[in-house]
Design a protein around this ligand. Structure first.
Ligand code: SAM
Length: 382
């Protein structure tokens, strides 16, 4: 049996905490205690909640696959049209009769669908929230790749990111340092995915930070420009630029879905090789830093700091690890996602702060957002 390491005088609290947690865990793990807690009317609600939470951990992948089936079959869009019978669901979603009934009942169990009268189905509350969120639905469809990659999680963790994955093939700039230097990769699939979920990120960032205190903002890794356009419509006085790989930016001129009126200045380039454009008193990195390992992330922050005049700021927006209310998203979801992608990691705000300090920024602060599950925010001053 492993014994506790000796305690230093400064770790009395830690020692006490460790003993308390060990005792608590022994009690919770005892079958006798579990039976007692479930049978006692006073503790029963807590026991049920805890057992339900544990079952969610055990079976969560079946919920995700129910969601994937509901999104991909078109069930969520269909139920938004109004009450539907099973026959119509079966025909329009291309399912067998029993399959349609099963999907409806499973969707009901996780809040996606609701049986309003016998045989009549509408969206449930979760389904209604999802229906209006094209970005999340696109992520649900995209998760097919992650789900396949995660089939053997231990192999992934033992492999130390050595093998290519479906996800690293999708994010063509990820997986090897300097991969973005190659000019032949397909950037459209990931750029579209990012564009579809950008609105909800921009909403959080714009509600938390006033960009109209700046005269010009450069969105580094700005993709198809959703964030820059959101800043432009909230603050028309701010001049905007976007820096991204040439393959991404060339779509701006050819894609009619990307409006060109008041278009931001485009700076095609590779932020690991090319200088960061100057003349901006604000630079944003939205969902960029966590894509990169510490070495490249540090190089990028240093290049950005060198491009900024003293007093100009860098705004970093991404989900962060160790964030109260968003631990599952930061540490579990992005922890695994970026591991499988073979590049980057979710960082705690303090870890980003340490990189900013090392890159020569004078100070940084964290700014709260309404939904840290979507993004957190750090503003650093050069
Ligand atoms: C995860 S996406 C985020 C896009 C956008 N900021 C958003 O939140 O929707 C990362 C972006 O960084 C760009 N990128 C990756 N490596 C790059 C590099 N070396 N130089 C320039 N842009 C790069 C990608 O093309 C992509 O548009």
């Amino acid at each position: 049996m492993q014994s506790d390491p000796p305690l230093s005088p400064g770790s009395i609290v830690t020692g006490w905490k460790r003993r308390w947690i060990a005792r608590r865990n022994r009690i919770i793990g005892s079958a006798r205690f579990q039976r007692w807690a479930a049978g006692n009317p006073l503790t029963r609600p807590i026991a049920r909640r805890k057992a339900g939470g544990l079952f969610d951990l055990v079976a969560g992948f079946t919920y995700s696959q129910t969601l994937a089936a509901a999104a991909e079959s078109g069930l969520i869009a269909l139920l938004a049209e109004g009450p539907m019978g099973i026959a119509e669901v079966r025909a329009r979603c291309g399912l067998s009769e029993r399959g349609a009934a099963l999907l409806l009942r499973a969707s009901h169990a996780i809040g996606l669908a609701q049986e309003v009268a016998p045989g009549e189905w509408m969206l449930g509350q979760q389904g209604a929230a999802l229906r209006g969120n094209a970005g999340v639905l696109a992520m649900v469809r995209h998760h097919r790749l992650l789900y396949a990659d995660l089939a053997d999680p231990l192999a992934l963790l033992r492999g130390d990111r050595a093998e290519a994955t479906q996800l690293s093939d999708f994010w063509t700039y990820a997986g090897e340092p300097g991969a973005a230097a190659r000019d032949h990769f397909n950037t459209h699939a990931y750029s579209e995915l990012m564009a579809s979920s950008q609105a909800m990120v921009a909403e959080q960032v714009l509600a938390a930070y006033r960009f109209d205190r700046h005269s010009a903002m450069l969105d580094v890794g700005g993709g198809y420009g959703g964030f820059a356009r959101a800043v432009a419509s909230a603050h028309p006085s701010v001049k905007l630029g976007i820096f991204d790989l040439p393959g991404v930016l060339q779509r701006h001129s050819s894609d009619p879905a990307i409006p060109s009126a008041d278009a931001p200045t485009l700076h095609p380039g590779n932020f690991f090789r090319d200088p960061i454009p100057v003349g901006y008193d604000c630079i944003s990195l939205v969902r960029i830093l966590h894509d990169h390992d510490d070495g490249p992330a540090m190089a990028l922050l240093t290049a950005i700091r060198e491009s900024l005049e003293p007093g100009a700021v860098l705004v970093i927006a991404e989900p962060m690890a160790g964030t109260r209310g968003a631990q599952k998203m930061g540490d579990a979801y992005f922890g695994l996602y970026l591991w499988v992608m073979r590049s980057g990691r979710p960082r705690r705000a303090e870890e980003i702060g340490a990189l900013l300090d090392a890159a020569g920024f004078r100070r940084w602060r964290r700014i709260g957002t309404d939904l840290p599950v979507i993004t957190s925010l750090i503003v650093a001053t050069a």
